[in-house]
Design a protein around this ligand. Structure first.
Ligand code: HEM
Length: 297
């Protein structure tokens, strides 16, 4: 069934400090306004409900990633070659290359190694008696464990962490926070180019798939760096935020932690719930050139 709803607008600033640190009251207000709200300050439309978001994400023709998924020109230009900013048909072959190493079948043999690495990290922290969950655990796991999987050289990992920290800030609308974070995009991409050129990525790591495709002449350097960016950026901001939120949610809801410990709820379900409750990334966008568009209501 298709129906039309009256356009509603709001002057809300989704990117103020207050909204970013506690977005829930604002999201509730916007959701109550309607399924699609025009945000006048940012000149963009916000889809506030699951059904419409789902329909838009499934509609590649109507809602394109090709102009970038950030909310400012600088970010979208700098990140134009990232997989996430491609539409079909270009998107498909690059995604196949990217996911070759990330399919459940490819990852299964790594499970034992990963568990052992994380167990060792946790044991060390338990022996220490106290730890900072953000610094020692949430940041430590991606830097030590995932960068090894990618095949990243030891040198420069800390530098990468500081380049990636707050990186998603650079994807917001043009405001002071976004401008402060903007140089991170360029320095990170320049650094990725340097590492690819230096030949220091290990030949067995995930990154080798795209580097070899580049060497065979099947993938331009910018596309190889764009794919590598997918690993590196995602490894840091999203994963660190997700681990932090998980620890915080379990610490503040100990009865849920007790259910996990007792094996009464599956861990993967709890992880999905952590991601649902505290989305690590809140504002990737799509563009549309259509004057009129239908989004599933
Ligand atoms: C909790 C952790 C993660 C969260 C919350 C997350 C979130 C997201 C979201 C929301 C998108 C879709 C954005 C859009 O289509 O507009 C996305 C895409 C993507 N993510 Fe993640 N991500 C996570 C972990 C990872 C990891 C570990 C990797 C790499 C190893 C990764 C690599 C990618 C790539 C390459 C894309 C683009 C896919 C495509 O366009 O085909 N992500 N992620």
């Amino acid at each position: 069934m298709t129906s039309t709803v009256a356009a509603v607008s709001s002057e809300a600033d989704l990117f103020s400090d207050a909204a970013l640190s506690n977005p829930y009251p604002l999201w509730e207000t916007l959701q109550d306004l309607g399924p699609a709200v025009h945000l006048t300050r940012h000149n963009m439309w916000l889809l506030t409900r699951y059904e419409q978001v789902r329909a838009a994400l499934d509609d590649r023709q109507g809602f394109s990633s090709d102009a970038g998924i950030g909310l400012n020109e600088h970010f979208n230009r700098s990140w134009a070659s990232a997989l996430i900013c491609l539409d079909p048909p270009e998107h498909g072959p690059q995604r196949t290359l990217f996911t070759e190493r990330l399919s459940p079948r490819a990852l299964r043999p790594l499970a034992t190694t990963l568990e052992a690495r994380v167990d060792a990290m946790v044991e060390q922290l338990v022996r220490r008696g106290e730890c900072d969950a953000v610094r020692d655990l949430a940041r430590g796991a991606p830097v030590d464990v995932i960068m090894d999987l990618i095949g990243w050289p030891q040198d420069g990992r800390e530098m990468l962490l500081s380049m990636a920290a707050g990186w998603f800030d650079s994807a917001g609308p043009d405001n002071a926070r976004t401008r402060r974070a903007a140089p991170r995009v360029e320095s990170l991409i320049a650094y990725l180019h340097d590492v690819v050129r230096s030949g220091t990525l290990t030949s067995s790591g995930f990154a080798s798939t795209m580097i070899e495709a580049h060497r065979r002449g099947e993938l331009p350097l910018t596309a190889a760096v764009g794919l590598l960016c997918g690993y590196v950026v995602a490894t840091f901001e999203t994963t660190i935020n997700a681990i932090c939120s998980g620890i915080w949610l379990f610490a503040t809801n100990p009865e849920q932690w007790a259910l996990i410990r007792a094996g009464e709820v599956p861990v993967h379900g709890a992880v999905a719930e952590v991601l649902r409750m505290e989305a690590p990334v809140q504002y990737f966008s799509r563009s549309t050139r259509a004057r009129s568009i239908s989004v599933g209501w």
